[in-house]
Every structure is written in C-alpha cells, then in structure tokens.
Ligand binder design. Structure first.
Ligand SMILES: [Zn+2]
Length: 512
C-alpha cells in the first residue's frame, strides 16, 4: 500500500499509518552513514581503500573482452603448453613448428628478457607512449596473443569468473567472437545485397546459418564444461565459489570487415541470442576509428535496426564514441553515440567518451536518462587508449545528466587492472561517496542482460518491486512467498538479492 493511500485511510484505520511511518530499510548510504564515513577516512590511503573496495559488492562487469580480460601470463602459459612459436621481431604468436625468425614460446621459461619482452608486447605493462601511441599498442596486442588463446575459452572463462567472485561481483558478461571464420565464409559465398531482408534470406537459406549456430553452441557448451572442470564445480566442498556466478556472453561483431561479413556476424549474434540462452547481447568491436568502421558506421546502425525486427528479443550494447579528435576526423565525432541510441536502439553504450562533441549532445543525454540507457565507463582503458582522464572524461557529465553508469574493465589482462581498481580510480578522481558506489553496483546488475524479472521497482529505482515489497533486501533469504518465488524464477532477481545480502554483510563489517 502506498503512503498516499495510507494517509487517506489514516482516519479509518490507524494501523496503516503506523506501517507507513516505519522507516524504509536503508537502500542508499547517506552522508551520515558509518560505511561512508569509513570510506572518507581511507580515501587517501591507497592500500586500505583498495581493501575496502575489493570487499565491497560491485554488481557486475558488463564490458570485458574474454581474451583481453585474461592475464597475459595465462596466455603465455597456454602458448608454452601448446608448443606455440613466437616471432622474435614482432612477438606475435604462431603455429608450430617454429620457422626461421621464430622462437619456441617455451623459451620464455628460460630467458627472462624474452619473457619480459613478450609480456610487454602482449599487454600495456610498462608502456609509455612514444613513437607508438597507447591506442596502437593496445589494439596491436590482440593480434600478437590471439593464437595463444585458441582452444582455451573454458580456461579463460574460469579465470575471469574466479577473479570476479574474488572481487565480490555477482554477474559477468564476457564478449566473445566464436564462429567468425564460418560467418565470414558464408558471407563471401553469398556476397552483399543492399536489401537486408534479401541478404538475410540468402544467409539463412538451406540451413547454412543454422549449422553455424549449432557449431558455435557445441563449442560454447564445451567451453563452459571446461570452465566448470577448471573450477572443480563437481567437487563438493572443493568447488570454487565462482561455480555459482552467473556468466552470460555478448556476441562481438568485428566491424572492420566488408558489409556482408559484418552483417553475417550480426545475424549469427541475433540467431544465437534467439536459440542459445548463454548469449544475451550483441556488440561491435575493433577500433571505432578504423577506416572501414568509420565508413560503414551508419550502415552498421541500420543493419542492427533492421535485425531488431525479426529478432525483437535481442539485446544491444554498443561501443560508441570511443574516439577523440586526435583519432578521427571531426565529422565522425558528431553522431556515433546518437545513432547508436536513436537508430540502432542500443540499451547500453560502451565508453561514450566523445559525447560532448556530438551534435545535439544535450538531447541525446536527456533521452539516455529518460530511457535508462546505461554507459559502461572504462576509466583505465580510456586513459590508456585515448589519453582521456580526469576532468576531460565525461563520467561526471553522464552522472549530472542522470544517465545511469557502471564501471567496467574492458580488458583486465591487457590493461593489467581489475574492477576494484576502476572503483578506486573513480573514488579518488571524482570524489565519489559510498552511496554513489552502491548505485553504480546496483545499476550494473540491473542493466545486465541476464534474463529474468527484476528485484527492483523500476529502472534505476532501487526500491523493491511488488513481489519483494514486503521483504527486506539484505536478509539472507526472502520471508514472503511472492519474493521467494521471484528469486527462484529469475536469475537476475537472485543475483540482485544476493548482492543486497552482500551489502548487508559488508556494511556490518565496515560500519560497526
Ligand atoms: Zn571494449
């Protein structure tokens, strides 16, 4: 019963007024909150602040590229175990047997200087911009270590899941690109047609796309089985806590390819979302300033808008506005985020760094706030790739505009960072309080594409919805049958409930 109705009925039944006047359970920490006070007391003590933020529930990591999130040391370990070779000059991983100019990856175990050089080439470790920019070094790492990750998707999933749980995350949504070669081959066979309905029909004819979907599903099932084996999920008490972490995938489309190849990948992504519950979203990757990506940006948005017709349940998050004037011509800084939101209908935006330079930025920000389009904020990545940080970053602009935001890592391995470090950077750079952090953690889970009804009353409205309205999020278990039924039926509501229980434990620890 709402407060207003209770006040009307106050004269009829006193009981109702008593219920209405009982304070609601604390949802957001206020200025006088002891946990907020603790945060303020360690704000300038990096070690204690890091420990506090590691322990704090942080919702979800909604933007992590699986291979880029894997630690460079793990990728190198895979390369050694698989007998790979590494080009002595470019440091790019290659197939065995090693030819002239290549060394065995195993040499990194015997030659520390070689090992250091490979790790520096495959990550941002020790990188300082010079002849090579941060942007170029960052994106070049993927081509160098790509082969090392081949056949290790399950190990990589296990690593990122364990790391997420270790930092008190309740959900992750890694980005992956399975089936690229098959989609590319189909596209090359079919060719391009500007009539996208015709193009889709050609690509789905005679079960061609179905076969790719089936192949990807088989591979992804195998990867998840490997992940569960690596986490010892069948070993009872020995099982890693990450076995219970919900993990879903976003299908990432490589956008620096010809239109027919991009369309085939998008189609594969939407088909996977319709047929495989592990795939929950689509994204576009590769540098946004790539000449082909820039040339075809509007076309890509139209393709996505078209595909949302036959696949209305498909979810969309887009790298958009990961640009600066140093990287792209002025005309490309004027519309990418706007078109991602208004043409493609993106539900989340990755990066969104150049928003202030766009035409009609105020209208776009207003629409994003009204429609609850969340921005995935990648502070370390934006610093390393774009050189954008501090007051130059639109993090504050989005928050002031009422646009929901969530901190993300982008590439924990390449960047040698984690989600805790993103929170630490946000606290120290933007002077955030505990309540601000809590809102971001809740927003990250709520805006994740994990299926199921929401615990909360509405988007970015973190009061319990009807099912759990008489319950107290933060308790270990719901008391009411309606809330128990919601938690049982919805993976998302369960993750949100679990996070609230985590907040209660955390606040007892740091607020006592
Ligand atoms: Zn990214």
């Amino acid at each position: 019963m709402g407060l207003r109705r209770c006040l009307i009925s106050l004269f009829v039944a006193g009981l109702c007024a008593v219920v209405a006047l009982v304070p609601a359970p604390p949802i957001a920490a206020g200025a006088g909150d002891p946990v907020g006070a603790y945060l303020d007391s360690v704000r300038n003590e990096p070690g204690l602040l890091a420990a506090f933020l590691r322990d704090m529930p942080k919702g979800a990591d909604l933007h992590m590229h699986l291979s880029g999130a894997t630690s460079t040391e793990s990728l190198l370990r895979f390369a050694v175990a698989d007998g790979r070779c590494i080009d002595a000059a470019t440091l790019e991983a290659g197939e065995a047997p090693c030819h002239t100019g290549q060394r065995a990856a195993a040499d990194t175990d015997r030659d520390p200087a070689f090992r250091d050089a490979v790790i520096a080439a495959w990550s941002m470790k020790g990188f300082t911009p010079g002849a090579e920019s941060g942007h170029d070094h960052f994106f070049a790492t993927f081509g160098k270590f790509d082969l090392a990750g081949d056949g290790h998707a399950g190990d990589m999933l296990a690593e990122v899941a364990a790391r997420a749980v270790g930092q008190n995350e309740y959900y992750i949504e890694p980005l992956v690109t399975p089936g690229f070669a098959a989609a590319q081959a189909l596209a090359q066979k079919v060719g391009y047609d500007a009539d996208l309905a015709v193009l889709r029909n050609r690509m789905t004819a005679k079960g061609a796309m179905d076969r790719i979907v089936a192949g990807v599903s088989k591979d992804v099932d195998a990867a998840f089985n490997r992940m569960r084996a690596a986490l010892r999920c069948r070993s009872g008490a020995e099982a890693d806590a990450a076995c219970d972490l919900p993990v879903r995938l976003d299908y990432q489309v490589l956008r620096a390819f010809p239109p027919e190849v991009v369309f085939a990948q998008m189609l594969l992504g939407f088909e996977l979302m319709a047929k495989n519950r592990r795939f929950v979203g689509i994204n576009l990757v590769q540098p946004e300033d790539d000449p082909v990506a820039r040339r075809d940006y509007r076309l890509h948005m139209q393709m996505l808008a078209f595909l949302r017709g036959p696949y209305p349940k498909g979810r969309l998050t887009l790298h958009a506005g990961e640009l600066t004037a140093a990287l792209a011509p002025p005309e490309d800084l004027r519309f990418h985020i706007r078109d991602a939101v208004f043409v493609a209908g993106a539900e989340r935006i990755g990066h969104g760094v150049d928003i202030a330079a766009e035409d009609g930025a105020a209208d776009t920000l207003h629409a994003m706030a009204q429609s609850h389009v969340l921005v995935e904020i990648a502070l370390t990545s934006n610093d390393q790739i774009l050189g954008v940080k501090g007051a130059e970053h639109p993090f504050g602009l989005y928050r002031r505009s009422g646009v929901p935001v969530a901190l993300v890592t982008d590439d924990e391995g390449v960047s040698r960072t984690d989600l805790t470090a993103q929170y630490q950077r946000a606290v120290t750079t933007y002077d955030l309080g505990y309540g601000d952090l809590k809102v971001m953690a809740r927003a990250a889970l709520q805006h994740g594409f994990l299926a199921g009804a929401d615990l909360w009353r509405g988007p970015d409205d973190f009061q319990p919805g009807a099912e759990c309205g008489k319950d107290r999020p933060g308790a270990p278990q719901p008391r009411t049958s309606a809330c128990r039924a919601l938690i049982r039926s919805s993976g998302k509501a369960k993750a949100e409930w679990d996070q609230e229980a985590g907040f209660a434990r955390f606040e007892r620890r740091y607020g006592g």
